[in-house]
Design a protein around this ligand. Structure first.
Ligand code: ATP
Length: 679
């Protein structure tokens, strides 16, 4: 008998020769995020992601994430105890929002836009494939009665030819359907991942402080896959299963309706069995998705902090941390595998009971002369073929349930609102291509969403005129970096206004604002690319020439060490592994900012993590960079403050002093104390 090609679910066992349905375990096996999603035209759906999560899958994405743009650069570690406190915990992130399968489907279905005609083609192929299968079984009955039972070779050729023709047709539509289904599913995945990724990039810094990187990576990989299983593969599988059920059921009814009705009685039992598993599975799936994310996080964080780990002999602690996360993942995976196994075995027992009942009834019918052997075999084949799509429909419920756990996690990201957005067109103020560079804050008060009772910045007012060199200093936690975040509009103040050239920044398109304000953060941003590209990325339009890159590198005192490298500007550097010193990386960042050529510059602790010599070395490039621009330098380094046009001294969010270096020393206040402490 022709049976369509099948891929067996991992761990599924044979049905022990229970008649024609010996090949009923035709569930498609897809490996989460790796295997093809092509078994849509088989009878059973791909298993829910928790059912086939490969052991120790998470490090896969963890390894990918090892290179992170904010990885600490060598030599830039703060004091050890502070860093040890920064080491992440291995808590499991549990998402609090819950959506049902229908809501999850509704939210993600729009992403199939543009591919729906292909989905229709896949469904058509599934219908034709089921139809071809039905025809071959009927021909099989004819062959059994007319050729096999009568021992007639001449009666063999005609039906055999038709069978072969139908089988080839079935194979062609099966191949076409599976290929298009895989293509459509992968395109959906690409779109969904891009959508989540694009949205992630708009989210405010505190979102990334609240959510671990590894967990976010897992959402972009495993969770995105799980949603695809629900929306594309799941939907197509459901259609294929419905039509298969209709065709095989109709054929069975046509052959022997009384017998068919007797066996259909079993269908509700399958649904009842499935329903009993749904709630439990949802909980287990949620735990498993979260454990996946936690495991990825631990691996990712360990890789990013590998220098610290080695320096503090923390290898053992990190192994224990990984072990704890891995055990949590293992418990969740085993629970999910057990549920799956229990469900599969239960269904197999039910199927065996049904097949035995048919054979018993069939034997009785044959003995009474009401049925031929060929009809009985064909009937048993239809019933055997009928259960997998029914089971498939039931299991789809489980797949959907498991996918909603992933949907919860993705929707939590997609529903997180950016802290700032572009102004409405009616509120947008037209802005010249290049600002003059006047930066002002007026009565600005801000508190972080996560600490609503403490003002990080309190009623702060100041003005920096175009070309001025302004230093912002003060003790740790005074609000200096917060001020930088407000000037770049990572957040909007709770009260007061930040202005660029007199225009409130929340009236400027974000792209315009950030084109005019360059930030040099504490951690140098390193792209996994050549040094040339790491400098050139400062300006996109027009893209800088090699000569302009070299010119910027010369102005940043970077040219000599770059030219001395064996591959010069073509040397590839990567985050965390850049074979350059902290000072050299800082000079690359200065060259990048030179190319960007924005009228306003914000430097956040430009000399932090550098030794005295390296810090001295970048002062020249920094001053060249600052020349002709409004420059706001956030620093504890009061050597820089001495050369400032104006100094703001913050303490616990308040502006407590302002003036020039000399004025502030004469005042003998906090600035003088800080300066004395430095000596
Ligand atoms: N993401 C955040 N969520 C909640 N509170 C924050 C966050 N970032 C900073 N804070 C708090 O806001 C206040 C100001 O922090 P900020 O980082 O601006 O200080 P700072 O002067 O730059 O400190 P440092 O010199 O140590 O870098 C501090 O009390 C800090 O704990």
């Amino acid at each position: 008998m022709h049976l369509r090609s099948s891929r067996r679910i991992r761990g599924a066992k044979s049905n022990g020769g229970r008649g024609p349905r010996a090949a009923t375990d035709r569930e498609a096996t897809t490996s989460r995020g790796r295997g093809p999603r092509t078994a849509i035209l088989t009878d059973a759906p791909p298993p829910a992601p928790p059912f086939d999560a490969p052991p120790f899958d998470a490090p896969r994405s963890g390894a990918r994430s090892g290179a992170h743009p904010t990885a600490p650069r060598p030599g830039s570690h703060p004091a050890g105890t502070e860093l040890l406190a920064q080491l992440p915990t291995d808590e499991v992130p549990i998402v609090t929002r819950h959506v049902g399968p229908v809501e999850a489907f509704r939210r993600f279905w729009p992403l199939t836009q543009g591919d729906r005609r292909w989905l229709v083609l896949v469904i058509m192929c599934a219908i034709l494939s089921a139809l071809a299968e039905t025809v071959t079984i009927l021909i099989f009955a004819q062959l059994t009665d007319q050729a096999l039972a009568k021992g007639s070779v001449s009666a063999f050729w005609h039906p055999a030819g038709i069978w072969l023709g139908v089988a080839v047709f079935g194979a062609v539509v099966g191949y076409l359907g599976n290929s298009v289904a895989a293509w459509t599913a992968e395109r959906f995945l690409l779109r969904l991942r891009a959508r989540v990724f694009t949205h992630l990039q708009t989210l405010p810094p505190h979102f990334f402080q609240r959510n671990r990187r590894g967990d976010l990576l897992e959402r972009l990989t495993g969770d995105v896959d799980a949603i695809e299983h629900l929306v594309v593969t799941g939907m197509v599988t459901a259609c294929a299963a419905v039509f298969s059920t209709l065709f095989y059921g109709a054929a069975a009814l046509w052959l022997r309706w009384e017998l068919a009705l007797a066996t259909f009685v079993a269908a509700p039992i399958f649904f009842a069995a499935t329903r009993r598993f749904t709630n439990r599975l949802r909980e287990v799936s949620r735990r498993q998705r979260a454990a996946d994310g936690a495991l990825t996080s631990v691996v990712e964080e360990t890789l990013v902090n590998v220098v610290l780990t080695q320096a503090y002999n923390r290898q053992h602690d990190e192994e224990q941390r990984l072990g704890r996360a891995a055990r949590r993942w293992l418990r969740a995976s085993v629970a999910s595998a057990r549920l799956n196994a229990l469900y599969t075995q239960l269904i197999e027992v039910l199927e065996t009971l049904c097949v035995l009942a048919i054979i018993g009834l069939g034997a009785w019918e044959i003995s009474a002369g009401r049925m031929s052997l060929g009809e009985l075999l064909a009937f048993a084949a239809f019933i055997g073929y009928l259960y997998p799509p029914i089971r498939s429909l039931g299991q789809l419920g489980l797949t959907a349930t498991a996918a909603t756990a992933a949907g919860d996690r993705l929707l939590e990201v997609l529903d997180a609102r950016p802290a700032v957005t572009d102004p409405e067109p009616a509120r947008t103020t037209p802005f010249p291509q290049r600002a003059h560079g006047e930066v002002a804050a007026q009565d600005v008060t801000f508190r972080y969403p996560s600490s609503p009772h403490h003002n990080a910045v309190n009623a702060l007012s100041f003005t920096a005129h175009p070309g001025q060199f302004l230093v912002v200093t003060g003790p740790s936690g005074a609000g200096k970096s917060t001020l930088a975040a407000l000037l770049l509009r990572f957040y909007d103040p709770d009260a007061g206004t930040v202005r660029l050239d007199g225009i409130p920044v929340d009236r400027l398109p974000l792209a315009d604002l950030r084109r005019n304000v360059t930030l040099l953060p504490q951690e140098t941003l390193v792209l996994h690319d050549t040094i040339e590209q790491n400098i050139a990325c400062g300006r996109e339009d027009p893209a800088p020439t090699h000569e302009e890159v070299v010119q910027a590198a010369r102005a940043a005192d970077a040219h000599s060490f770059v030219a001395a490298l064996p591959d010069g500007y073509d040397t590839v550097i990567a985050p965390a592994t850049a074979a350059l010193s902290g000072g050299q990386l800082q000079r690359i960042a200065i060259a990048r900012a030179m190319l960007r050529d924005a009228p306003v510059l914000i430097l956040d602790e430009p000399t932090t993590g550098l030794d005295t010599l390296a810090a001295q070395r970048i002062l020249g490039p920094l001053h060249r960079l600052a020349a002709g621009r409004t420059t706001v330098v956030i620093t504890h380094d009061l050597d820089l403050a001495a050369t400032a046009d104006h100094i703001l001294v913050l303490d616990d969010g308040d502006l407590v002093e302002s003036g020039t270096h000399t004025e502030l020393l004469l005042r003998a206040g906090l600035y003088a104390q800080l300066f004395e402490g430095k000596k």
